[in-house]
Design a protein around this ligand. Structure first.
Ligand code: DLL
Length: 433
């Protein structure tokens, strides 16, 4: 049985969703015009006033906001409410570039937590569940967001934060956690540690996981589902828009419903900025239409994605986004070939390797080199050099057919790649370009 936190919103008619978006966008544009000089200037530079935005059909007229704007306006330049009405800040985990600081009123937090509650209920959560939140707490939005959502659903919430993996497993067992929230790489690590402790999936009560904050492949999903004995659901979001819960997966597990009553999504050509038709692959752009303290209009996420409005078996009517296929700014170009780290991960997992790997890119004598270091599982570990060479060659061939590129593959001993408790650092680009 499909569960909804706010069924009247999540399953609203397309006309109703459009009506909400029209009304809220017009109001939001007026709000930033009146309260954020930075926005007013950007709109004036394009010859726009709030009267030019009569509905969501006029969205394309508005200028984009980028991370560069956030840096320029840092820290208070985009805040649209008096600071005394703001109750919280959160900040990016900073895997790329300088930190972003986002502000929230109590109302903003309330709506954000609703979005996370929708995600938990879509994963089958109810007030009977015990939800262990193993995302980092603090400035990172993962812990606080899912924590708030879990409370709203009425789950018994265990705010473990990340780290201390054996204790995580002890709590899962002793307190009968049924839902686990963390990054997919940490979920895989918890699964691996469980195995080492001699625990099998049927000995732990978990039934679902809500994993996001970084890219993960379908193969990694299967892997985690098998080792933990759960259904693994994707969740997407970014600090600039609130945090986790901008979109989330339902029982169909084929893409994430965007909470369109709060965010308008567009796909654009990252080079020209042109809005692309539904089904095209391009950069995801969001406009937050209900945020009070830190509203962003047409924010360029750099995430490469596709949207679909095809009917979903879960009954939700909100548009679905696919798993982000990489970022327009972290796509690697190696000897002229576009490479997404997720493609490399797919090859490794298809060959039975764990998602513990590192991609090292360098430039030697003006030629790019691609070195993939991947851990063997304890089962496949051997010191037979012939066997290792054979396995390495299989991966080199697999990568060549996926990428059209020759890579060097080094198999390393189990546990030799540093584990992550948050977002894994998969790519080390040593080139000075
Ligand atoms: O990662 C918020 C979050 C926390 C999402 C917990 C889900 C769960 P940031 O640190 O601001 O916020 O990073 C946002 O992370 O633009 C994507 O590139 C990436 N990202 C987030 N979720 C996913 C996902 C949080 N499910 C950036 N799949 C985004 C792939 C994701 N990439």
């Amino acid at each position: 049985m499909e569960r909804y936190y706010q069924p009247e919103i999540e399953c609203a008619s397309r006309e109703q969703i459009k009506a909400w978006q029209d009304e809220r966008l017009v109001k939001q544009v007026r709000h930033v015009w009146d309260n954020v000089p930075y926005y007013r200037k950007k709109m004036e530079e394009k010859g726009l006033t709030p009267d030019d935005i009569q509905s969501s059909d006029d969205l394309h007229k508005l200028p984009f906001v980028t991370k560069a704007d956030l840096r320029e306006a840092y820290p208070y330049g985009l805040v649209a409410k008096p600071l005394k009405e703001c109750v919280r800040i959160q900040s990016t985990s900073g895997t790329t570039g300088k930190r972003v600081v986002a502000f929230y009123t109590q109302h903003d937090i309330d709506l954000w937590e609703d979005c996370c509650a929708r995600a938990i209920m879509a994963a089958g959560g109810t007030d009977e569940d015990v939800c262990q939140v193993s995302y980092g707490y603090g400035l990172f939005t993962g812990g606080p967001g899912l924590n708030g959502g879990s409370h709203k659903v009425g789950c018994l919430t265990i705010p473990t934060s990340s780290g201390n993996t054996e204790r995580q497993i002890m709590f899962i067992k002793d307190l009968s956690a049924t839902i686990l929230c963390c990054t997919p790489s940490y979920a895989a690590y918890i699964g691996e540690t469980m195995k080492e402790m001699g625990l099998t999936p049927d000995q732990i009560p978990l039934k679902a996981g809500i994993f996001g904050a970084e890219a993960w492949s379908e193969e990694m999903r299967q892997d985690i589902q098998n080792t933990l004995g759960i259904k693994a659901y994707d969740i997407y979001g970014l600090t600039e828009l609130s945090g986790p819960g901008v979109s989330f997966e339902c029982s169909a597990q084929t893409g994430m419903h965007i909470n369109e009553d709060h965010f308008i999504a567009e796909i654009i050509d990252p080079d020209t900025g042109e809005v692309l038709p539904e089904g095209s692959k391009g950069e995801l752009v969001f406009t937050s239409i209900t945020k009070e303290a830190f509203p962003l209009l047409r924010y360029r996420t750099r995430d490469i994605c596709m949207l679909t409005r095809e009917k979903c078996s879960c009954g939700r009517t909100h548009v679905k986004m696919c798993k982000p296929m990489g970022r327009s700014d972290d796509m690697l170009i190696i000897r002229g070939v576009n490479v997404f780290p997720s493609q490399i991960e797919t090859v490794l997992l298809n060959h039975g390797y764990p998602a513990n790997y590192q991609i090292i890119v360098d430039r030697v004598k003006n030629t790019d080199t691609l070195d993939v270091q991947v851990e063997m599982t304890p089962e496949m570990f051997t010191d037979n050099m012939g066997e290792i060479a054979k396995r390495q060659k299989e991966l080199v061939d697999g990568l060549r057919s996926m990428l059209g590129l020759a890579a060097k593959v080094t198999l390393v001993a189990p546990k030799s790649i540093v584990r992550s408790e948050g977002k894994a650092v998969r790519v080390i680009d040593k080139r000075k370009i």
